[in-house]
Design a binder for this molecule. Sequence first.
Ligand SMILES: C[S@@+](CC[C@H](N)C(=O)[O-])C[C@H]1O[C@@H](n2cnc3c(N)ncnc32)[C@H](O)[C@@H]1O
Length: 282
Amino acid sequence: MDTEPTSTPTRSVKSSVGPSNVSSYLDPLYWDKRFSSEEHYEWLKDYSHFRHLIQLYIKPISPTSVLELGCGNSQLGEELHRDGITGLTCIDLSAVAVDNMQKRLLSKGIKVMSLNMLLKFKFYGAPMFCISYDYIQVLVADMLDLPFEKESFDVVIEKGTMDVVFVDSGDPWNPRPETVKKAMAMLQGVHRVLKPDGVFVSISFGQPHFRRPLFEAPEFSWSIEWKTFGDGFHYFFYILKKGRRMTDSKPCMEKSDRPSISLYQEELEDENYMFRTNVEEL
Ligand SMILES: C[S@@+](CC[C@H](N)C(=O)[O-])C[C@H]1O[C@@H](n2cnc3c(N)ncnc32)[C@H](O)[C@@H]1O
């Protein structure tokens, strides 16, 4: 548990297939094509930058069931696994990402449960999407329509995946109804699959003044707090605790929620910058 994470640097393998238009991030074919040639790209920051926050909210007590949304080719899943987090299920809409992730984990000696194995279990009478504590499950699934029973997970985590929904949101202060509909479908699914005292961790470019109106929808029973991490530009680490909402309390705010305008040149040149330009006012 005390071993240091071994992530390669965030931009160890630069993407050569960044799109000319941010709307491409909503196209599953874009991701399939990208993952066909890209081995590793870490959106926002790699695990080492927010591991201290993860350890505050995700305890490696066994058994824990954790769902990662939109794993892509990130190392977040294997870093969590290395830190003793069990019962990990990673999903992505891209079959190419899922296939590559399964191969990569296996090549690192991590046991992987594939859909074929799950189907075999179903044949023998076990539920289709059971939680496995020995394996990492990597599955093709849509975060807007999660194929899991309600109250299945202790933790749901995503990094940069919810941000995809917002790339064509239009005015970030007044996002398009289609964007809001998709974001709410995602959040409703997350809320449904979380256990009654489960935690949703959202690691995001999206600043509190844009995310709070959605997180705070009346149908959700979770409390909301957030931390920031990163130098120059601050990334947001939201912690939503199901069943802990207080009707008259203000969400805990670590720092000012005014838009951050401090950027390093490196970040201005990075694909992350293009990705987030539509979700914040700079
Ligand atoms: C910006 S990348 C983030 C990847 C990874 N989480 C990281 O931190 O590097 C977004 C990922 O979400 C996936 N994705 C997009 N829409 C999705 C959806 N509706 N359901 C599941 N995954 C989705 C994409 O295929 C891609 O892998």
